[in-house]
Design a protein around this ligand. Sequence first.
Ligand code: NAP
Length: 339
Amino acid sequence: MKAAYLKKYGPADTAFEIRDGIQPIPKPNQVLISVEAFGLNFADVMARLGLYKAAPPLPAILGYDVVGTISEIGSEVRTLKIGDRVTALTRFGGYAQYAVAENNVVFKIPETLTAGVAVALATQYSTAYFLSHTMANLQENDKVLIHAAAGGVGTALTQMALHKECIVFGTCSSPEKMDYLWKNGVHHPINHKTEDFTEAVRKALGKKGLDAIFDPVGGTSVKKGYRLLGAGGRLFSFGVSSMNQTKSIFGKLRVAYQFGFYHPLQFLSNSKGIVGINILKVGEANPEKLSRAMEAVVQMTEEGILKPHVGGEFSVDNLAEAHAFLESRKSMGKIVVKW
Ligand SMILES: NC(=O)c1ccc[n+]([C@@H]2O[C@H](COP(=O)([O-])OP(=O)(O)OC[C@H]3O[C@@H](n4cnc5c(N)ncnc54)[C@H](OP(=O)(O)O)[C@@H]3O)[C@@H](O)[C@H]2O)c1
């Protein structure tokens, strides 16, 4: 089979090589998928830059989400069969013509679902569901701030918060993304390049605080966000995209320091807190929680409640271009790469 290998850390145009690899063999609880397309996630950019600790050593096949057809099933798999069209979460190995996935994170999808929409559901929508439904348990009229709201997870979080009838603030970095936020239903879009997000939120809310903040940026963004929370509010820290600006240990320490320092007594007396989420760890410890999240988003999409946006479709020959696009901060929604 062919696979896109990450052969070298650094810029997208010199990082990948498509070459022959060994087709994986499914374990008893896994299925083998003949991959039609795979999705990109921001973690892939971090892995390409050598900034993602959990990534396999070089040469590595990255990739968390695939869409395709089951070509082989493990001996313990009962609910899926050869020939089913599925979307699946892979723990790496997705940038290939064949990938294996645990059967509890493989879901049947209709033939009519486009490849881009299907891969958006795997990592980005299931992460957003776990954040907004399982962890935050958003309620009607909750005031919610979503950072990087035009991105893959941000688009999903927005749609889920709106479905829960929350009041949604969203940040982004360009006028084009501001239009996109309006179209996705964000009540208070904020261009963080031209306006400080804390001032924009305070202007709209006065003395009231936020009930939930979803922060994949990290550093000062978390420190500033924490101050905006009201009693009962929580900040969900689920990424450090601001760290991609630096490779040096000092730069990383600076970002770590910028998060701020907190004591549980502060959380207790102010009745607010910060929660860290890593969906890979959740999937390892409680696979059924990830499985439930994925099942829910596939169903909500079929019911028309969620509408993933595909902001870029690339051929695998243009994988470097797709990666550079995601890194450039110009992409909106999901990016899909087709074989
Ligand atoms: N913890 C978990 O389990 C988990 C799971 C999935 C994703 N994530 C995290 O969620 C975030 C979003 O992932 P995604 O795949 O949906 O990507 P994405 O949001 O589509 O793209 C990344 C966005 O992050 C924003 N950003 C902020 N600082 C940046 C910087 N220094 N460099 C580049 N972009 C920056 C940009 O939005 P603006 O330009 O509009 O600010 C950019 O468009 C990432 O941080 C990812 O690691 C975490």
